[in-house]
Design a protein around this ligand. Structure first.
Ligand code: BTN
Length: 242
């Protein structure tokens, strides 16, 4: 991954969708970067707010060297890299990883990661709110941005470059060990959102609930009684609710 090809688009529906449409013509370790997305996609068919010229919307396409069964750890490796990037920029605020791969600053989401498997390749889409000052009104899951957190306007390309420096190192470690390296896992669990809280995890038609114990080396969420969860949406159980 030392050398990345970049393709810049002024406007796209979604960098992940463009990667999939064009998959046959895209070399490994190509990054598709858009200044504006008209249909930015989040997980579970949610929308990703993608106004022009403000934030980072990009997708990396690659064929992983590790077997597919080990890829459950990849979202955590990406999320951890984003966390480290943000820790270098934002001081004195609590930054957390919400399993599997949301990054929150004091409970507000600043970055999202959407990983898709397509034709034996990984389509790794990342959105980072950089310079947006106002988001559409939302009652829950209120987002934030680097600008809101620090009152500073950032150079997006510099941030992108720094992200890849960090991700490259962590991805190589993961490729070598085929799991989340111990040292990283310890820190990830220290910075895990909702650790020791009671949560529900919804996935398609199923629902699990229990106390969050941590993330394991394969990237699964571990609930009390060693219940392992590999996919789903985590919500905190509010006191008094059933
Ligand atoms: C989420 O938190 O729900 C995931 C958000 C992922 C957003 C990024 S922006 C670049 C790439 N293209 C998309 O349409 N989505 C991802």
């Amino acid at each position: 991954m030392k050398y990345l090809n970049f393709i810049y688009y002024e406007e796209l529906d979604s960098t992940n969708e463009e990667a999939k449409r064009n998959i046959e013509n895209i070399n490994d370790f190509t990054v598709l970067l858009a200044d504006l997305q008209t249909k930015g996609k989040g997980r579970n068919n949610r929308e990703w707010f993608s106004p022009k010229g403000e934030n980072l919307y990009f997708t990396i396409v690659f064929k992983p060297k590790v077997e597919i069964k080990f890829l459950t750890a990849l979202p955590i490796i990406v999320g951890y890299s984003m966390l480290k990037l943000l820790e270098n920029i934002i001081k004195n605020k609590k930054i957390a990883i919400k399993w599997p791969n949301d990054i929150l600053i004091e409970d507000r989401k600043i970055a999202g990661i959407l990983i898709e498997n397509f034709k034996e390749r990984i389509i790794l889409g990342i959105g980072l709110n950089v310079n947006t000052e106002r988001f559409p009104d939302l009652k829950t899951n209120i987002p934030t941005s680097l600008k809101i957190e620090t009152n500073t306007t950032f150079d997006r390309l510099l941030i992108l470059k720094n992200f890849f420096k960090i991700f490259y190192i962590n991805y190589r470690l993961f490729e070598k060990e085929k799991k989340i390296p111990k040292k990283l896992l310890k820190e990830i669990n220290e910075k895990l959102y909702l650790k020791n809280e009671h949560v529900t995890v919804k996935f398609k038609n199923s629902i699990e609930s229990g106390k969050v114990m941590g993330i394991n080396e394969m990237g699964a969420l571990v609930l009390e009684d060693n219940i392992l969860i590999y996919a789903g949406d985590v919500k905190k159980v509010r006191r008094g609710s059933k």
